[in-house]
Design a protein around this ligand. Structure first.
Ligand SMILES: [Zn+2]
Length: 143
């Protein structure tokens, strides 16, 4: 699975995002927390969600119109909550075992996970404020 490269929002340095890390990714040049958005499949799903930050798993597919509405919202949230949120995108067509494990019958389906456990589930294209509130709720429950 190809790793994602993003430009640092602060200084523009190109950074390769790790699929998994002990902490969260920071820009080596200016130490800014980087938005962490990665693609994962069946083989690397567990390592992708095994992280210290809150994780939002986006179960999506290329043919799913509502999924395309959610994608930019998640990108925005990953920037706004850099350092506290990780977005893991899973194409269910390429990850049938993961889709079955979380019973992703209807997509888009979002799993909010904390230390590998699902703490909230959203099905369907929820409006941005709703998504933001549910993710914030998971962050708040951590204190
Ligand atoms: Zn930077």
């Amino acid at each position: 699975m190809a790793s994602n490269v993003i430009a640092c929002p602060s200084c523009g340095t190109k950074n390769r995002l790790p699929l998994a890390a002990s902490g969260h990714p920071r820009c080596p040049s200016c130490k800014t927390d980087l938005p962490w958005l990665v693609d994962a499949g069946d083989a690397d799903f567990d390592s992708a969600v095994d992280t210290k930050t809150i994780v939002v798993v986006d179960l999506w597919a290329p043919w799913c119109g509502p999924c395309r509405m959610i994608a930019p919202v998640l990108e925005t949230l990953s920037r706004e909550l850099a350092g506290r949120l990780k977005v893991v995108k899973v194409n269910v067509d390429e990850a049938p075992a993961t889709a079955q494990r979380y019973k992703a019958m209807s997509i888009p389906m979002l799993l909010i996970m904390d230390r590998g456990q699902v703490v909230d589930t959203l099905i369907g294209a929820q409006p941005a404020p709703m998504l933001r509130a549910r993710i914030q709720g998971a962050l708040d429950r951590r204190g």
